[in-house]
Design a binder for this molecule. Structure first.
Ligand code: FEO
Length: 661
């Protein structure tokens, strides 16, 4: 009996589900089965988009006949010749000899390799950008070599925005009645199988997938119809975002995959201890015993996480066989951009660490952590310390969120904000980098926390883009400003947001530190590079504790203090003019002109909110007159300046006084 589902008014899913498949492609276990999708377009012309695996051929042909309802089949588009999508092509031609096979040159060659029917008499060859108009639908063909075989193409319906994506955007798992991804909780229940499918089937070809994504980004896509798994008609950005991560080999999350191979449990013990220490430091871990979990699951997890730890016993003077297979498999799938560490074990000669390193060093952009834990048989107390040290080294890359309890609102009334001006502060340019984006802001709170290890703290307002970049990347630089710093630096980094302005475009006084983040080279006397080890949420600000990774003295100038800034740098124009109405910041003196102070106003200098501003009214016009002694500055107020007046300070007479009003 046929079993179809409508995709749109004139398109039906006519594929099938196989829940008895033991291993997909002879390798990958599929406990939830797999679907082989095929779509029938019932337009003025009828078009079948690919065929299916032999395993579901019976229902597939019933589906086609049901949806055709007696019509002939005008076209079958072959997008991919792997037999899970093409094995029933020959039988289709027997059943529908009237059909024209639409394919590209490479597909045609493969069709002839697999089948003996007469292709040339019923073949329509297409190339990139060619069109097939079927009535309401206008199909154009986009070549997608190596996604997943070299002959692959995808098809885009220009009229309805439908992307028939071949293997791309596919998922392991049969369709249990739900055809559309939005009919299930995809991101919780199915994303892991989508990742396992992608990374193992297409993961090696990230560059080619990126090329396809680039082509797809130029199209207005309303629906994605892959050859396995769910159809995407909503939240398409979610799955595209995952594909961008996977294709560029960027981790989806900061976490550690610990994969271990252990014959008698001692290496497993070390892996467990490491996982405990990491979680105590706020680091998320995923653990796999490679003897029990097949490599495809570990590969999938490795594409997800930022850090990989491989722990293996030494076996026949080599790596334990399951671990060796896994590492070769990972390298074959092009894993890149990861931080990697090793635990080796060996009762007489532990060599597995060096050998594992040798396999992974062939992968691109792998950063090896300094600490390799080397065990002899079981974990002894001193090795426990080594594992702790490895956990510390890994945790340096992670921001551990700490949340303090809310402050007591009743305490506010006793607080004089001016008292905070009596604390001494410096002024600093805080810089961060996220990919190609550079940004910086002004802060007044940077100080040394501990000497060993060398740690500093900084407090950063959450409204700043720099704050978000540090939260994401866990790295920053601090440049200490000096007394020669002009107001322009504060205006440049403090009075505008990186969300609206590129602060390093046209700004030349900076260099790039070893961590890739800029530091300021003019009006500064030192810079520090640091990695965040803890981030404490303090309401408006986050307090970052960070380990210093680089520090350099840039000049012998004095550091500027907050007090010096007020006395010598702060612009007069920001002082409330006598004739102006506005609001003055009680903390730093910044003047905001205007009748209203917005509820979400943030002081551009000290980042305090409206509660720290007070109203300033224009000063009343003086009723008398004022004179100033041009010799010593003494000021005299009155109706007139007496003719015999003598300055009480310098004793000069009226001829040396100038009338102010
Ligand atoms: Fe689903 Fe590459 O075949």
């Amino acid at each position: 009996m046929y079993c179809t589902r409508k995709v749109t008014k004139d398109i039906a899913w006519v594929g099938g589900n196989d829940r008895r498949l033991s291993v997909f492609e002879g390798v990958y276990k599929c406990p939830a089965g797999v679907s082989y999708n095929s779509y029938l377009i019932n337009d003025e012309k009828t078009v079948l988009m690919d065929t299916v695996d032999k395993a579901v051929s019976t229902v597939f042909f019933e589906n086609i006949e049901h949806e055709l309802a007696g019509r002939s089949l005008d076209y079958v588009v072959v997008q991919h010749m792997e037999p899970d999508h093409s094995a029933t092509l020959a039988e289709l031609v027997l059943r529908h000899p009237e059909t024209t096979i639409v394919c590209n040159q490479k597909l045609a060659a493969m069709i002839k390799q697999y089948f003996d029917f007469d292709l040339d008499s019923r073949c329509m060859l297409v190339k990139e950008g060619d069109m097939l108009e079927t009535g309401r639908h206008k199909l154009t063909f986009v070549m997608a070599p190596m996604v997943h075989w070299p002959e692959v193409m995808v098809t885009f319906d220009l009229n309805e925005g439908l992307l028939f994506s071949a293997d791309a955007f596919g998922t392991f798992g049969a369709l249990d009645g739900a055809l559309f991804a939005d009919e299930v909780d995809f991101m919780n229940g199915y994303i892991d199988e989508a990742r396992r499918y992608y990374t193992n089937i297409v993961g090696k070809y990230g560059t080619q997938v990126q090329a396809l994504l680039k082509k797809a980004s130029a199209l207005k896509i309303n629906m994605i119809l892959p050859l396995h798994g769910f159809v995407w008609r909503a939240n398409i950005g979610e799955i595209v975002d995952k594909y961008v991560h996977w294709a560029t080999y960027e981790p989806e999350e900061k976490a550690v995959v610990i994969a271990y191979a252990s014959v008698y449990g001692n290496t497993a013990n070390a892996a467990d201890i490491l996982a405990c220490r990491l979680n105590e430091k706020g680091v998320k871990t995923y653990m796999y015993d490679v003897s029990m979990t097949s490599a495809d699951h570990v590969i999938s997890a490795a594409f997800k996480a930022s850090h990989l730890v491989f722990a293996s016993t030494t076996y026949n003077a080599g790596i334990f066989v399951k671990m060796e297979d896994l590492l070769h498999d990972l390298a074959a799938h092009n894993i890149q951009n990861r931080k990697v560490a090793f635990i080796e074990n060996g009762s007489w000669a532990a060599t597995s660490g060096k050998l594992m390193h040798g396999i992974m060093e062939n992968c691109k952009n792998i950063t090896f952590l300094e600490k390799t834990v080397s065990l002899k048989s079981s974990v002894k107390p001193e090795k426990n310390a080594d594992i702790e040290a490895l956990a510390d080294e890994i945790a340096l890359d992670f921001v551990k969120p700490v949340r303090f309890s809310a402050s007591n609102p009743n305490v506010e009334a006793k607080i004089d904000p001016v008292a905070f001006n009596k604390l001494s502060y410096g002024l600093f340019v805080l810089t961060a980098r996220d990919g190609d984006s550079l940004n910086g802001c002004i802060i007044n709170t940077a100080q040394m926390l501990t000497d060993s290890p060398k740690r500093i703290t900084i407090a950063v307002n959450k409204a700043n883009l720099t704050h978000d970049m540090i939260m994401k990347t866990g790295e920053f630089n601090v440049s200490a400003l000096t007394e020669s710093v002009p107001m322009a630096i504060f205006e440049h980094f403090g009075f505008q947001s990186g969300r609206n302005a590129h602060k390093f475009l046209g700004f030349e006084d900076f260099e790039i530190a070893s961590n890739g983040i800029p530091y300021i080279t003019a009006h500064t006397n030192a810079f520090f590079s640091a990695k965040v080890v803890a981030a404490a949420d303090n309401g408006t600000h986050t307090l970052f504790t960070a380990e210093v990774t680089e520090a350099e003295v840039l000049s012998g100038e004095e550091s500027v203090t907050y007090a010096y800034y007020f006395a010598h740098i702060k612009p007069k124009k920001n002082k409330p003019a006598e004739e102006k109405r506005g609001w003055v910041c009680k903390t730093c003196g910044y003047f905001h002109e205007g009748d209203e102070l917005p509820a979400d106003f943030v002081c551009p200098i000290c980042k305090h909110g409206p509660e720290d501003f007070e109203r300033v009214e224009p000063a009343p016009k003086p009723t008398g007159h004022k004179w100033v002694c041009e010799i010593c500055g003494f000021e005299y107020e009155g109706e007139t300046l007496p003719a015999d007046f003598a300055c009480p300070l310098c004793k000069h007479g009226p001829e040396d006084f100038k009338q102010l009003y």
